[in-house]
Design a protein around this ligand. Sequence first.
Ligand code: C2E
Ligand code: MG
Ligand code: MG
Ligand code: MG
Length: 281
Amino acid sequence: EAKKLPHSGYAFHSSELTTTTSEYFFYEKALRQGIENKELITYFQPQICLKANRVIGAEALVRWLHPEMGVVPPSKFIGISESTGLIIPLGREILAQACRHWQAWQKQGFELERISVNVSTIQLMHQDFVSSVAEVLAETGINPAVLELEVTESFLLQNEQQGIEVLYALKELGVALSMDDFGTGFSSLSYLKKLPLDQLKIDQSFVQSLPDDAEDLAIVEAIIAVGKAVGVEVIAEGVETELQAKFLHDKGCLLAQGFGFSRPLPPEEFLGWCRSFNQMD
Ligand code: C2E
Ligand code: MG
Ligand code: MG
Ligand code: MG
């Protein structure tokens, strides 16, 4: 235990630390409770085929509907859920919710080509991850090809060989893999050769200033070209304007999602939104 030094700044630092720590424990405790109380709900953001102007998929994005705090965004609790290990049960719950909703929509005559679920590095590197995905697929009985897992480049930092092996094991289950936030990571393009990817997701930071920003424009064009060259589908995230959508389409990026089409929707609103979008001309 640290000694107290009467006239130093120790007490100040100590109380500052205490605040941070108690806030952390507050969230940890609340999150544990929240998972138990089924307060964590998966929202869905439509993914649009720009060519057909139709919904082809959805990204599952978790929300914490806390009775007092209201809607808590993932930026407030995903980090804590990772450092406490709560991301393991939570991630499984999100995956199961996504698959169950896909199935419910299918029963209502709406068959999405795919449903994308974000997976954190902690989940991916957990020894039981591949079998937990297999279990959820078996429990829900959905076609594995419908499920797409979104990973970020950071998983390669921890243990590249293990990460690659996990991706191949997931591919063996029949699921698709997307590289999220593409272009923002540390790594070289060489992993495109090593990883069994089905999709690159252009990070929203490159999409935001399209088509005016010359650098972003060059980066987006390059990612589209790389995707074509290695035979991997490309989707843009963070598409907010019609001009951005048109630009992406003209450049050959045929898939998009963003507030310009729809914000992530609560599951009960998703189907209605898709039906009315698909009916428009
Ligand atoms: P992400 O996977 O890159 O998700 C995209 C984020 O951008 C989402 O934020 C989405 O709501 C937001 N977004 C979508 N369209 C637009 C747009 O047009 N403009 C702007 N400004 N933003 C847009 P969200 O839902 O707050 O999620 C943030 C991040 O938290 C996600 O980034 C992902 O890394 C993580 N996350 C969310 N849900 C989950 C989950 O279920 N599991 C895990 N492991 N991580 C999750
Ligand atoms: Mg994502
Ligand atoms: Mg992203
Ligand atoms: Mg992002």
